[in-house]
Design a protein around this ligand. Sequence first.
Ligand SMILES: Cc1ncc(COP(=O)(O)O)c(C=O)c1O
Length: 385
Amino acid sequence: MILSATDQMKLNSFWQYCLQHQYFNISYPESADFDYSQLERFLRFSINNCGDWSEPGNYLLNTFAFEREVMSHFAGLYRIAVQDSWGYVTNGGTEGNMFACYLARELFPNGTLYYSRDSHYSVMKIARLLKMRSQVVASLPSGEIDCNDLLQRIAANRGSAPIIFANIGTTLRGAVDDIADIRQRLALAGFARDDYYLHADAALSGMILPFVGSPQPHTFADGIDSISVSGHKMIGSPIPCGIVLARRRHVERISVEVDYIAARDRTISGSRNGHSPLILWAGLRSRTHEQWCRRVQHCLHMAEYAVSRLRQAGIAAWRHANSVTVVFPRPSEPLVQAFGLAASGHEAHLIAMPHHREPAAFDPLFDALIADRREQLQPIQVYAV
Ligand SMILES: Cc1ncc(COP(=O)(O)O)c(C=O)c1O
């Protein structure tokens, strides 16, 4: 590959930019502490995982063997037998959510998709793409779905099967919907297990909850039908990726035979990135379960440190149990811009990730928040006088 001197300079300056900003991120849940240099050599191959990794295809440069191991690892984490489940490595959490909604819609063509006001924005896009009837359910102030509102809506649409999009860690507040409560209430309302579909959107928390002592219900053993997790979040990846895993019987319904690749396809895309399974495989294999527990504990400790440090300074910070997302009142716009904070309504958050190794990683933000708060308070104090 020959590039002009100008183009090389452009790449060099982008390289410097990346080096400078690789740990910029304090408000988005992207781990930045990975080192996949052992995989760099595979960038010279056009690897394509088109189709179903569990069956041989005629495109030989694939990473099906790695994808198989990745999916069986996740089946273990989310407590379902490999033979009862099927899933694949996606381009990210959104594709996994779309795949799950697609399965649910094929199961219940006249069903209604229920998601809370705190769900990730992409669920609206998915509902439109799949032309699914949908309803937005109220959230509690904590960010969890309001089960009373959910059940009232389901009762009002009795002829339409419920497809419940549960948040296992919301984007802004890290809230986990209580799927045990949802299932219990559905049972009391007369719904048998096969009368509804329950999807878990576990984009970030899917790689937190399996490693804590008292996780909120989030697995197949807790009654979910499918789960979607982002790979570039807690695991860390240079390329956005993720996984989706579902009960196998739901997937059989959507399989299509593709003659020219001599295989079956059950995925959303045609050609699929074959490097992501390698990355996830290496990311998962490079740590033992105990090391994953320690990694997660570290983030939880850092989040707890952030809450107490901000509270000591009079800033009303809080977080949910088992959440690395620390919520605090939205600071001034220049501060939001300066730190690239994810802010919505009256709130903003920081997310404690593995590359935040020392408490000092948060100090510039804390100092700025404390100074900002003094400035914000100034006019009010003057008014009060
Ligand atoms: C709760 C939740 N669901 C889904 C997504 C979408 O995931 P992705 O960006 O991997 O497509 C996100 C992303 O932040 C999220 O926070």
